[in-house]
Design a binder for this molecule. Sequence first.
Ligand code: COA
Length: 175
Amino acid sequence: MSIEIDVLNGDASWQTAEGVFDEVWPPQVLEKLPWGNVVFAHADLRVFVRAESGDVACHVGIFRREVTWNGRKMRAGGIGGVATREAFRRRGYASIAVDAAVQTMKHEGSIDFALLFCEQHNAPFYQGRGWKPFDGEIYAEQPSGRARFTAIAPYVYDLKRAPRQGIIDLCGLPW
Ligand SMILES: CC(C)(COP(=O)(O)OP(=O)(O)OC[C@H]1O[C@@H](n2cnc3c(N)ncnc32)[C@H](O)[C@@H]1OP(=O)(O)O)[C@@H](O)C(=O)NCCC(=O)NCCS
């Protein structure tokens, strides 16, 4: 018996992701979150971890985006929608899925840095896995227009570049 890791097209696998999201972030939970009203981009790829039972246990979305860092064009790899169904937590599945997402970005070869956004209580999880806080400002699009994005804090995983400060413009919706 073993777990299975799949990296699938984001749109084609949306229904599977939606099942995980509905369980992890039901409307009554979502409405209380600092990012509950944010409009997010759709993932380009999705990592799914299936438990030995065959159940989908964990999801991580992968985003690719031309962003700017201090006005210079860069290719960012985004990670978002990190979620493990409650019954499958603390078995290392999110660690495996985030690692698979970072490996996917590394293999692409063209991504300058990875970027994710998380609530404060999850920061130690990412910092323990090599992610560093980005202390600058993030700008992103929303239906109301371009604005500073402060709902959740940015963390960077260094690839070719190691941004820590300055201004990152996501040049689109956040993830
Ligand atoms: C945050 C979240 C994704 C973590 O998922 P997970 O699959 O439980 O994560 P992991 O099992 O990889 O790691 C979680 C912790 O369990 C520990 N762990 C892993 N396997 C374990 C095991 N067999 N026994 C005991 N602990 C274990 C890990 O060391 C880790 O602790 P650490 O951060 O102190 O190192 C999950 O709690 C979740 O979905 N939360 C709600 C949604 C959310 O907040 N998502 C994050 C958005 S940024």
